[in-house]
Write a new protein. Structure first.
Length: 569
C-alpha cells in the first residue's frame, strides 16, 4: 500500500493539560513487602526514588505471613496433582535448558545494599488474604501523612491501607499478573509463543482500580530467564516516572485512564505437562536453529530503492541494491543535492564487526553511480546516519550509543568531509536519534533504555531546544512519549507530505528490526505528544527477506533496508 492510499489517521484522545507546578515538598511513600530481601529490579527502583528530588520512602510494611511466598523460583511446579509424575522431569528439562544462559544483569538477583536503611519497618501478619493494619498500626500510619503506598509483595492491601494515603496503593502488573508473583514472571509469553507482553502501573483506591501507565514489551522467546529480566528492568521505570510526574504536575496527571492491559491468554499458575512439553520442544528447536544460523549464515542487510514522487510502503515495488560480500548496508538516510541522491548508510564489515558511515550516490532512477565511499569513522561503532539540510549546510547525527553520546556533525566538504560541532546529549543510553525542526523548536526523537538490561527498542524519548547546536536539551514532559515495542524505536527521518507529519518507527515485536510502521504525528508540544499508525511495511514480499527496519524518503525516491541472511562462504 502506498501512503497516499492509506486512510486519514484519527488522532488519539488528547492528553489532559498539566496543572500548575506542585509544591516543592517531596511525595511521601510507603512500601509493602512480602520479604526482607529485595530483587535487583526492586532495589534499583527504590534507590532511584530515595535519591530523587520528588519522593521519599518513609515507611515499609512487612507482611510476615507471606514473606516466603514471593521468593519462590519462577516456574516452580507444584508437587503432586494430575500429571505430577510427568511434570517433574519436564520441569527439570526447562531448568536444564536455562542453566547455560548467562544473564549479564539479572533483574532477579538479590540486592539488599541498604535500600531500606533509615526507613521505619512495621511488621504485620495477614490472616484473611488481605493485608489489614489493625487499629494501633493504622493510627501510627495515619500520622505519617502518606501520598502513595507501593505494593511489592505479600497479601494485597485491604481497604484501610488503601485509604491511608492520598492516592491509594500502586502496584505493577504484567499480562494480568502481579509483578511480585515470581511463579508467572516471564514464563507464559515464552510458553505460549506470544510476541509482546503488556504491563501496567495500577492504583487501587476506595474499592476501584485505575491504570496509571502502560507499556508493551517484546518477548525473548529463547529464554524465560532473559525474558523476565528484560521485562522487569523495563517496568521498574513505570513507578518512578509516574511519581515524578505527580510531583511536577499534581493530581491532573492521574486523570487520564489508560487502557487496561490484557492477559497472554492463560491464567493457570502451574503449567500442565503438555504445555511444558510444547515449551521444551519449541525451545530445543529454536536453539538448534540459532546454532546453525550462527555457524553457517551471515546476517546481511541490503538496500532497496523505489523511484517515485510518493512514499512507497509496498516491498514488492522496490529494486534491490546488493553490497559487497564482505559487508552489509543498513539504516539508509537520503538527501538530494544537484541532480543526484546521496544515500548515507551504516556500512559494517563482517571482519571488524564495527560500523562506520558511508555514502552511496544514486541517479534519478535509483541506480548507483559508483561504489560506496566511507565518510565517517570513529573508534566506536557508528550507524543510523541521520543527515539533513539546514540554513544551506548539511548536518549529521549518527548513532553512537557505544560512546553514550548524541553528537552533531557539520559537512565541510560534501559529501565526505564531516566535522564535529557539538555533543547534544551525553551519558545517555540512546539509539537512532532523529532530528526535526517544528514550530520554531528543534526536536530529538531517541530510542532510550533507562536501565541496563532492558531493551533499546521499546521506548521513545523526545527532547527539545530552541537551537540545533544547543547543548541543553529539555526532556519532553511526557517522556517516554511511546512505550511500545511495536512502534517506539525510530526507523528513519521524519517527513511531511500533504500537510501531515510522518514518523517511521521500528516494529521489534517479532524480532529486532522486524518491520517498519509509519505513524502520523497528530500532536507535538513540549507537554503533549500523540501519533497514529497509518501504514505498515512487513517483510512479506520475498521469502529471502526476514526483516526491514528503516525507511528513507525524499521527493522522488524511497529507500528501505532488508535483512537477507546468506550462507558463509
Amino acid at each position: 500500500m502506498r501512503l497516499s492510499e492509506a486512510p486519514d489517521a484519527q488522532p488519539p484522545a488528547q492528553l489532559a493539560a498539566p496543572a500548575p507546578a506542585a509544591a516543592a515538598a517531596k511525595l511521601r511513600i510507603g512500601i509493602v513487602l512480602g520479604s526482607e530481601h529485595l530483587r535487583a529490579w526492586e532495589a534499583s527502583m527504590l534507590r532511584r526514588i530515595r535519591t530523587s528530588d520528588y519522593a521519599e520512602i518513609v515507611v515499609a510494611v512487612l507482611d510476615e505471613q507471606n514473606k516466603d511466598q514471593r521468593d519462590a523460583l519462577a516456574l516452580q511446579a507444584a508437587p503432586g496433582g494430575a500429571g505430577g509424575l510427568l511434570r517433574a522431569p519436564l520441569h527439570a528439562m526447562v531448568e536444564a535448558l536455562e542453566a547455560g544462559i548467562v544473564c549479564e544483569r539479572d533483574a532477579f538477583a538479590w540486592d539488599d545494599a541498604g535500600v531500606r536503611s533509615g526507613v521505619e519497618t512495621i511488621k504485620v501478619n495477614s490472616s484473611s488474604g488481605a493485608l489489614e493494619l489493625g487499629v494501633t498500626i493504622a493510627v501510627r500510619i495515619e500520622a505519617l501523612d502518606l501520598d502513595v503506598w507501593v505494593h511489592l509483595g505479600g497479601s494485597l492491601p485491604g481497604a484501610d491501607l488503601q485509604q491511608s494515603s492520598r492516592y491509594g496503593v500502586w502496584r505493577l502488573t504484567h499480562d494480568g499478573w502481579s509483578a511480585d508473583d515470581a511463579t508467572a514472571a516471564g514464563f507464559w509469553p515464552v510458553c505460549l509463543d506470544a510476541t509482546v507482553i503488556e504491563s501496567a502501573l495500577v492504583a487501587d483506591r476506595a474499592g476501584s482500580s485505575q491504570t496509571l501507565a502502560t507499556s508493551v514489551s517484546g518477548t525473548n522467546r529463547y529464554s524465560v530467564k532473559l525474558n523476565r529480566s528484560a521485562l522487569y528492568w523495563k517496568i521498574s521505570s513505570l513507578l518512578p516516572r509516574t511519581l515524578e510526574a505527580l510531583h511536577r504536575a499534581g493530581a491532573a496527571v492521574l486523570v487520564k485512564e489508560h487502557r487496561r492491559p490484557g492477559s497472554t491468554g492463560d491464567t493457570r499458575r502451574v503449567p500442565t505437562a503438555p504445555q511444558l512439553a510444547v515449551h521444551v520442544g519449541r525451545n530445543i528447536r529454536r536453539r538448534a536453529g540459532d546454532f546453525l544460523h550462527r555457524h553457517f549464515a551471515l546476517d546481511r542487510w541490503v538496500l532497496l530503492v523505489h523511484a517515485g514522487d510518493e512514499p512507497c510502503t509496498a516491498g514488492a515495488e522496490f529494486t534491490t541494491i546488493i553490497p559487497p560480500k564482505d559487508c552489509f548496508w543498513a539504516d539508509p538516510h537520503v538527501v538530494r543535492k544537484g541532480d543526484r541522491y546521496y544515500v548515507f548508510i551504516e556500512e559494517l564489515t563482517f571482519a571488524s564487526g564495527k560500523g562506520h558511515i558511508s555514502v552511496l550516490v544514486l541517479d534519478d532512477e535509483g541506480t548507483p553511480q559508483g561504489p560506496a565511499t566511507k565518510v565517517l569513522e570513529r573508534d566506536y561503532h557508528l550507524s543510523y546516519p541521520c543527515v539533513f539540510e539546514h540554513a544551506g549546510d548539511f548536518f549529521m547525527i549518527p548513532e553512537s550509543s557505544e560512546n553514550r553520546t548524541v553528537d552533531l556533525y557539520r559537512c565541510i566538504d560534501f559529501p565526505s568531509g564531516w566535522q564535529h560541532v557539538a555533543t547534544l546529549l551525553k551519558d545517555i543510553d540512546a539509539v537512532d536519534t532523529t532530528v526535526l525542526e517544528h514550530e520554531g523548536q528543534w526536536w530529538l526523537f531517541v530510542g532510550v533504555r533507562e536501565n541496563e538490561g532492558a531493551s533499546y527498542c521499546e521506548e521513545l524519548f523526545v527532547f527539545h531546544a530552541p537551537s540545533l547546536t544547543d547543548t541543553h536539551w529539555t526532556p519532553h514532559a511526557a517522556n517516554p512519549v511511546v512505550s511500545d515495542v511495536r512502534r517506539a524505536r525510530p526507523a528513519g527521518a521524519m517527513f511531511r507530505r500533504g500537510g501531515k507529519l510522518y514518523r517511521p518507527a521500528q516494529d521489534c515485536s517479532v524480532r529486532y528490526g522486524y518491520a517498519v510502521k509509519l505513524n502520523e504525528v497528530t500532536l507535538l508540544t513540549p507537554t503533549d505528544y500523540a501519533e497514529a499508525p497509518v501504514a505498515d511495511l512487513l517483510p512479506d514480499w520475498d521469502w529471502r527477506v526476514i526483516a526491514t527496519h528503516t525507511l528513507a524518503y525524499t521527493p522522488g525516491l524511497t529507500l528501505i533496508d532488508a535483512l537477507q541472511p546468506r550462507l558463509k562462504l
